[in-house]
Design a protein around this ligand. Structure first.
Ligand SMILES: [Zn+2]
Length: 278
């Protein structure tokens, strides 16, 4: 399938938060999404990046803190719906959205995709469903970003049907065949958020992509097995699991240098891949 790496806006934060020993300098963290054009299922997205709804949803306190912590820049032309036109696509053409996790910078354009099926790991959303509004902040969750008919269009991953992965994916042993044709394999990348899902997908030239969402914020973290600043543990679902997932990604990177590993917010990675988009 054809794979294009794009981003809808970016936020800024100090580099040393994202990676232990990083610079104090503020750097850009693009909100990546990927357009996957499958020969049978048509156009699909992995995450969505920001949308203007992020600003609507963070107008009032305490959610306004969300904006303060990670100031967001988003231009009209960066919106998913506007970028789709570049590919002669409309929001209605997006058949599936694979949701890595439910942090606002990954799902902000879901309400614009009124015809898509949503695929995600069930436990990534089930704990958010019953939160009291006062608890949203703790989970970086903006409930207003969830479409009103979300449940009817949801196809959560059937965790009872794991697939044993071949050595090609080691050290990841278990995955989920998300479309039933082995073209998109979901793997759990726990630690950053409950039920975070990464996906493997191969482009039309046979190149394998591994979208790892926020399992690492920078590619350098994976290459050097270097975690973020300890302060980031405060926002992680499980810091210990985060560390284990990062080590697994490090091992994967060393043993599969030909795979394009894509952390969702690594500016260097995203820019390089955007430049190679045809
Ligand atoms: Zn996140």
């Amino acid at each position: 399938m054809k794979i294009n790496i794009l981003n809808a806006g970016y936020c800024t934060a100090p580099e040393h938060i994202a990676i232990h020993g990083g610079r104090w300098k503020k750097i850009h963290f693009p909100a990546m999404f990927a357009l996957l054009q499958h020969p049978k299922f048509g156009a699909m997205l992995f995450d969505t990046g920001y949308s203007y709804r992020f600003f609507d949803e963070t107008k009032k306190f305490p959610k306004r803190f969300y904006r303060w912590m990670t100031p967001v820049t988003l231009h009209e032309e960066d919106l998913v719906v506007n970028q789709l036109t570049t590919f002669n696509l409309k929001p209605a053409d997006i058949s599936h959205v694979f949701i890595s996790h439910f942090h606002a910078d990954h799902i902000a354009a879901l309400p614009d995709l009124a015809w898509s099926r949503f695929i995600y790991m069930p436990h990534a959303f089930s704990h958010l469903r019953n939160l009291k509004p006062a608890e949203d902040m703790k989970h970086a969750y903006l409930r207003g970003l969830i479409p009103t008919d979300f449940d009817t269009r949801s196809h959560p991953v059937d965790m009872a049907k794991p697939k044993l992965l071949s050595a090609e994916y080691a050290p990841f042993k278990t995955g989920y065949d998300l479309l039933g044709d082995e073209s998109v394999i979901g793997v759990e990348l726990p630690g950053h958020a409950l039920g975070q899902m990464g996906i493997f997908a191969r482009n039309e030239h046979g190149k394998l992509f591994f979208f790892v969402a926020d399992a690492a914020w920078l590619k350098q973290s994976i290459v050097e097995n270097r975690p973020p600043h300890k302060i980031a543990n405060m926002i992680f679902a499980d810091p210990e699991e985060y560390r284990e997932t990062l080590s697994a990604l490090h091992t994967y990177h060393l043993t599969h240098p030909e795979t394009i590993v894509v952390p969702s917010h690594c500016a260097q990675t995203i820019q390089t891949l955007k430049a190679s988009n045809e």
